[in-house]
Design a protein around this ligand. Structure first.
Ligand code: UGB
Length: 635
């Protein structure tokens, strides 16, 4: 009362609406007009913004919250009435004939695909303050996740033939207030990592108000009586944002057919995504989840077909692991979530890597506004479920998109049986990772995220080119167990798909000798592994032996053939963090620093034809020292 003259009609309308919705507490402690007027206006402006950002406004948010909080209190299950079964899909072996066939189809489809990276989350669980996409995905090249993703898309643009037809493959990145500025700055600093202006677009998600009780009273910020406390609404916002930004319609008008979604820290996604895209194209899937094999009771969601007995509903959707067991027990299996005779859960594990078909996605977004079914996860003080330990909020998840789809929509999955080829995200802090390792679970740490890249590349070289990479060794960094393979980095331009490795590396032509462990006179552990970095589209390998470190960088058009090159040097060491001075945070969370003792680095910065070593030089070197390093003159 008495404040009316201070505010605009819009601000007064929001006060009236909120008071009607039982939110008078937001304004109850306001002092008389003339006091704290700027602060009052600040709160109202925030409320206007929150109202505009939620579909249906704050009134709808409060109604939805009341309903979901009541369901949660009553313990109502969203899947009541549904019978689960294993959905349609295909399981593939990495590098098998079928995998390569689908990959080929996927490469063609990739030429008409758009890509969406959800990167609104901060690395709180990881114990990292920066944005996760700026973290190096591995230390050998130092390439950050965002660079890897963009280079992968550009490599597909090239290899699919889209570039030749004048098509650029777009990338949309969903950011949040927590990540937006830093993502923008990272792209600017690196000139979009090679993407053209406008090819990469940021869409920012907004937070939603927190709730203090089952009546959905909005929470004031504990440290600011003139601000509503807010928290992220979840990655499900991506669908509404794509719709409202007009991007999806634009992509369709440009003749694109597919949209591929991926998470911020899974460096392996582009190793398996093409096979999923190929299966989507072959089976005409409206939605396809690239998934991993799942062990029963593993803390990973399960992709499940759910059908109502009366035929009134059916969907293929992710069921979180804590909901799966009770659902199975109450329906088809009294033992709940158990492995089948294969030793695995029959339900694929969700990793939120999705392929959607644009021609059905666009009308679906138009029909629903891109709104995704929400949930609430209050932490109650006690069993009466009447009070919360801390404020909560509504959330939504991108994988819940199929919940609103018509019954006849084709939703499938693509499992790659080898998890190491598909999924090794960087999500957990070293302490959490150690706890997970102790329970025998994947650690999803920065340490394994890096080591699994080397492993996947070594496996690719073995499978596609019969390379000899020695046997992996057991390793341990900051208490996190790892498999140590030679440190192989194949740039996206060198290996946009697995088949490219077959084309560029001759059968049996490559030997990567793991060096013997040796301890130098000081405290450092030296070079237990060989290092091979191939950075460039037109590099090929005919005959190569590496015992140490070799880096080859070649610009497009520099056709480099490594034919008869033998490298022997001290290489690099992944030195345990306990033995290095002043580690950076990036080094501390992975548990090592890379020390580059000795490297043969060959740089080809001009187009041309190069054979390394040059035949004459190789012959001369062979006369003098059998294991000499002999790069071509141009290098
Ligand atoms: N993200 C956003 O962009 N905005 C948000 O508001 C929240 C997240 P998390 P989560 O990989 O094993 C998911 O936090 O939510 C981005 C699936 O739901 O890393 O715990 C964020 O930046 C789960 O079913 O994962 O779990 C990141 O890129 C399972 O697949 C992405 O969303 C699980 O991932 C995921 O965010 C998993």
């Amino acid at each position: 009362k008495g404040n009316e003259k201070l505010f605009s009609e819009q601000e007064l309308a929001i006060i009236r609406m909120l008071v009607e919705e039982g939110q008078a507490h937001l304004f109850a402690a306001w002092p008389a007009p003339g006091e704290a007027d700027a602060d009052k206006r600040r709160l109202l402006q925030q409320l206007v913004l929150l109202d505009a950002n939620y579909h249906g406004g704050l009134a709808a948010y409060i109604h939805n919250a009341k309903q979901l909080l009541a369901d949660s209190k009553e313990g109502r299950n969203a899947f009541d009435g549904y019978t689960p079964s294993v959905p349609e899909g295909e399981r593939l072996d990495f590098g098998s004939g079928r995998f390569l066939q689908l990959e080929g189809q996927g490469l063609e489809a990739a030429g008409k695909a758009a890509f969406v990276l959800v990167a609104g989350g901060l690395g709180e669980r990881l114990g990292y303050q920066g944005i996760k996409v700026a973290l190096p995905c591995e230390s050998a090249s130092g390439r950050c996740f965002l660079q890897l993703y963009i280079e992968s898309i550009l490599a597909l643009q090239d290899a699919s033939g889209a570039a030749a037809e004048g098509r650029r493959l777009p990338l949309a990145i969903m950011t949040s207030d927590d990540t937006h500025g830093r993502t923008e700055a990272l792209l600017k600093k690196h000139s979009n990592f090679g993407m053209e202006e406008g090819q990469v677009v940021l869409i920012k998600q907004e937070k939603v108000p927190c709730l203090i009780d089952n009546d959905a009273h909005l929470a004031l910020d504990p440290s600011d009586a003139y601000a509503v406390q807010t928290k992220p609404h979840g990655h499900g916002d991506v669908h509404g944002l794509l719709h409202r930004s007009g991007l999806t319609q634009q992509w369709q008008q440009q003749g694109l057919q597919w949209v591929c979604f991926f998470q911020d820290t899974n460096a392996l996604v582009f190793r398996a995504l093409l096979a999923a895209l190929g299966l989507s194209a072959a089976n005409d899937y409206d939605m396809n989840s690239l998934a991993v094999p799942r062990k029963a009771k593993e803390a990973i969601g399960a992709i499940t077909r759910l059908t109502k007995a009366d035929g009134s509903g059916a969907m293929t959707v992710n069921v979180e692991y804590n909901q799966l067991d009770p659902l199975l027990r109450s329906t088809i299996n009294k033992d709940g979530d158990v492995n089948d005779e294969s030793g695995w859960s029959p339900f694929p594990g969700n990793i939120n890597q999705l392929v959607l078909k644009l021609s059905s996605y666009v009308p679906q977004l138009a029909a629903t506004g891109g709104n995704i079914s929400e949930f609430v996860n209050p932490k109650y003080k006690d069993a009466t479920k009447t009070a919360f330990k801390s404020s909560t909020r509504l959330e939504c998840m991108m994988q819940d998109y199929p919940k609103a789809l018509p019954v006849d929509t084709k939703v499938g999955f693509t499992v790659v049986n080898q998890v190491w080829a598909t999924y090794s995200p960087v999500k957990n802090s070293p302490a959490d990772a150690r706890a997970k390792a102790a329970e025998g679970n994947p650690t999803h740490s920065a340490t394994t995220g890096e080591m699994d890249i080397y492993k996947a590349n070594c496996e690719a070289l073995m499978l596609m080119a019969g390379a000899d990479v020695g046997s992996p060794q057991e390793g341990m960094y900051i208490g996190i167990p790892v498999e140590e393979w030679p440190r192989v980095v194949l740039s996206p331009s060198f290996a946009p798909c697995l088949a490219a490795v077959k084309d560029k590396v001759a059968q049996g032509s490559l030997l990567l000798a793991p060096r013997q462990d040796k301890v130098a006179q000081g405290s450092l552990l030296l070079a237990p592994k060989s290092v091979l970095l191939l950075e460039g589209r037109d590099i090929s390998v005919k005959n190569l032996r590496v015992d140490g470190a070799l880096v080859v960088r070649a610009v497009p058009g520099a056709k480099v053939v490594l034919d008869g090159l033998t490298v022997s040097n001290q290489g690099w060491s992944w030195t345990p963090i306990e033995k290095v001075d002043s580690p950076t945070l990036e080094e501390a969370i992975r548990g090592f620093r890379v020390i580059r003792n000795e490297t043969l680095e060959l740089v080809f910065d001009q187009p041309g034809d190069y054979i390394v070593p040059q035949p004459a030089a190789a012959a001369a070197a062979a006369d003098e020292a059998p294991a000499a390093e002999v790069p071509g003159d141009e290098a």
